[in-house]
Design a protein around this ligand. Structure first.
Ligand SMILES: Nc1ncnc2c1ncn2[C@@H]1O[C@H](COP(=O)(O)OP(=O)(O)OP(=O)(O)O)[C@@H](O)[C@H]1O
Length: 216
């Protein structure tokens, strides 16, 4: 008999409330995200998507509620959680005064990787020939690709991506979508914000968490 294996819950939000400038961005928000899921946090500008991602990442605290990693409060398993977390925010840790290759080397080494071929990874994000260009001299899309390159070399299961498609061309968006699908298939999860429609990841796969703010 084939035994059905149940997907592990990686991240749970428990009754999260976030208040900014006397505005409730979200209130008693709860959800579970399991291995293999791709989740889009959606809502209008200012709804609290970045705020929610930062709370999930443990970078800021909610007014109330907590985030659990595999059932445990992230404040009690920080190291274990951080080992599984890849967070790419708006600025995404790309330093203008470093080259594309130096940025990738830095970002991967600081995450504990030392066995990689940066040029090969940069080729995957279409930056061949730009390895030695200063990030500050790259186009907006190439700058973003420099940040995203580390997704091609990571063991982290939980990807938290704030507007990953910003400035990325159509083909690049599709390649990223395929990467997310492959990551989910390997048992990871992707939690992202975007205002863009995703054409490769169908609505049957994509799960949406919608935020709509209201005044206190
Ligand atoms: N640290 C902070 N202090 C005060 N207000 C904040 C802080 N962080 C966010 N806000 C406010 O909270 C609201 C939600 O911001 P957030 O960046 O989470 O929205 P968003 O849904 O990601 O928006 P967008 O689609 O424009 O990126 C905004 O009105 C913002 O000004």
């Amino acid at each position: 008999m084939v035994k059905e294996s149940k997907a592990t819950t990686l991240v749970s939000a428990n009754n999260l409330t976030c208040i900014r400038e006397e505005r409730i961005l979200f209130d008693e928000l709860s959800f579970d995200i399991t291995e293999g899921e791709i989740v889009q946090i959606e809502g209008p500008n200012g709804a609290g998507k970045t705020s929610l991602l930062r709370i999930i990442a443990g970078l800021s605290r909610p007014y109330a509620g907590q985030i659990n990693f595999k059932g445990e409060d992230i404040n009690r398993c920080r190291d274990e959680y951080n080992d599984e977390l890849l967070y790419l925010g708006h600025l995404a840790g790309v330093k203008s005064e470093l080259t594309a290759e130096e940025n990738l080397n830095f970002n991967l080494r600081i995450s504990g990787y030392d066995d990689f071929d940066a040029r090969q990874i940069l080729a995957k994000v279409n930056l061949s020939g730009f390895e030695e260009a200063l990030a500050g001299h790259l186009s907006a899309g190439q700058h973003r690709r420099t940040a995203l390159a580390r997704l091609w070399h990571t063991n982290c299961k939980i990807w938290l991506l704030d507007e990953p498609f910003t400035a990325i061309d159509k083909k690049g968006v599709e390649e990223l979508e395929h990467l997310f699908l492959a990551h989910a298939k390997r048992g990871g999860c992707v939690i992202l914000t975007t205002h863009q429609d995703m054409g490769v990841i169908g609505d049957d796969i994509l799960r949406k968490i919608r935020l709509d703010y209201r005044f206190v």
